[in-house]
Write a protein that binds this ligand. Sequence first.
Ligand code: DX5
Length: 229
Amino acid sequence: MTRPIEIAPSVLPVDLSMLGEAVAELEAAGVDRIQWDVMDGQFVPNLTFGPDVIASARRHTSLPFEAHLMVLTPDVMAAQYVQAGCERLIVHAEACTHLHRTLGNIRSLGAKAAVALNPATPAGALAHVLDLVDMVLVMTVNPGFGGQSYIATMEPKIRDVRDMIAAAGFSETIDIEVDGGISAGTVAGAAAAGANVFVAGSALFRDPLGLSHAVSEIRAHAEAARSAS
Ligand code: DX5
């Protein structure tokens, strides 16, 4: 069984004065989960959501929340993001001196654990932690901002991650997520390479036909590309 195709919107582009309504609209548009791009101004040159902001949106949707922790010290804040309502925490391999311990700590908090790889980080960074992760995030932009261009040269790395997961026997349990520049025009390459969860921000909110159309377009292109691969 292959992992299901899922659409995970980034809420970076939303009007934060209408956050509750925005997540409700995303649910109505047919997304599968909500991704919160948490940035500390240190690991990336941007500053975004604390746990209280996420907690304030929790009651407005029944969708699962995941926190993409683009922060230098994920161990310090992990518990607060779980308490805020995130069922999955994504940490960057590049920010974790003790990645194996950090992932184990996330699971001990009762959350699902995921590891993100920046564009320059090889898939080999996963070699000794696949038993501790529920998802791998292959960044298809350099993290920090929405609206950047998709880096297609990450597709061989997505294939490497897929093959590593398969060789370790985790194909039925570990998702492969991509994040950055994902749209109906770019999703096919990532899906054909093995990704099944697609983070999109600007592509969803710039569609003149609306959120539902944008979500269904990305999903349809991903499913078609996977079927053809
Ligand atoms: C980068 C962010 C963005 C965001 C998606 O740090 O993680 O990738 O989620 O933004 P778009 O879809 O506009 O590239």
